[in-house]
Design a protein around this ligand. Sequence first.
Ligand code: UT7
Length: 333
Amino acid sequence: MKGSGTGTAITGIGSAVPEQLLSNDDLSTIVDTSDEWIKTRTGISQRHLAPPSLLLSQLGANAALRALDMAGITASDVDLILLATSTADDMFGSACQIQALLGADHAVAFDLTAACSGFVVGLVTAAQFIRTGVYRNVLVIGADILSRWVDWNDRSTCVLFGDGAGAIVCQANGENDRLLGFEMHSDGSLAQALSISYNGQSQTLQEEVAIAQGNYESIKMNGKEVYRFAVAKVPEVIEKALYRADLTVQDVDWLLLHQANQRIMDTVAERLAIDNAKVLTNLSKYGNTSAASIPLCLDEAVRSGRVRPGQIIAASGFGAGLTWGAAIFKWGK
Ligand code: UT7
């Protein structure tokens, strides 16, 4: 497991979504909305939703198995499993359950919460363990089942989200570090713009000893504020990550943004002067799948042959926290 520090390569990718579909027309029978409004304001046509029996850990494990298969390694080769999620099956986390489902006997596993930026944060974290020589094979999984946390009476949020998982295998790659640059930020003063907050009622256990007992609420979002934040911060963070990689926007083969809103993607591409033909998107079919959206989109692009080994991808995640970040990497070894 231990060795000298090396670069990182992303050698496998996989994804998994639940079979159940809910179209915009279906949604318009649940809340006061329309296919036309959802498509023009967001670009979303349908979303996949997890049935009650489906565990997030199972969805994540399914994506991970496909990524391992592509990388040509087995679960017992994995040293570390990082699960980026905000919707674990268990408050203590779901990464260890994924480890058990995969039979990744030697791996240490833990959850990482950075909402829709979670995948980028996970990739960067994986690379640090590889660069320091601590681990050689790291699974990074982005998985979320936000349908369990959406208020299905709130048309301003329930139309946006879908469920899914995506996973990558990061491997030690000698002198060839394919993670070329990254940049990450947080601003907790804007936390209220997008949250699933805990609502605890005070309960007195004995005189002068009180605790809180309660539940998490459903998603609350100030859509306009998050929109403004995204179109301002995402181009900036991508430019900074490119600068760290000693590259410019002209070097980017593919722009891969968190799939939240087509208008956000169009605006970011325009601000960076990146041609629309270089923007990877599958939002229309899946909605916003939070930590899963970037690997889910990349998986489709790799398997369809659009993204080829050696091409440069500028990926950026943004969302609750608020958090935002970008990673510039070459696909493959
Ligand atoms: O991963 C997390 C990141 N989150 C995001 O990236 C979300 C960023 N924000 C957005 O994508 C957009 O702000 C939304 C898609 C959420 C909303 O689009 P908008 O253009 O900002 O719409 P709005 O909130 O200003 O609402 C415009 C109108 C309002 O009606 P009035 O006040 O103008 O009469 C809303 O009540 O649209 C109404 N509305 C809807 N109408 C039909 C809001 N939701 C719906 C709906 N169907 N689902």
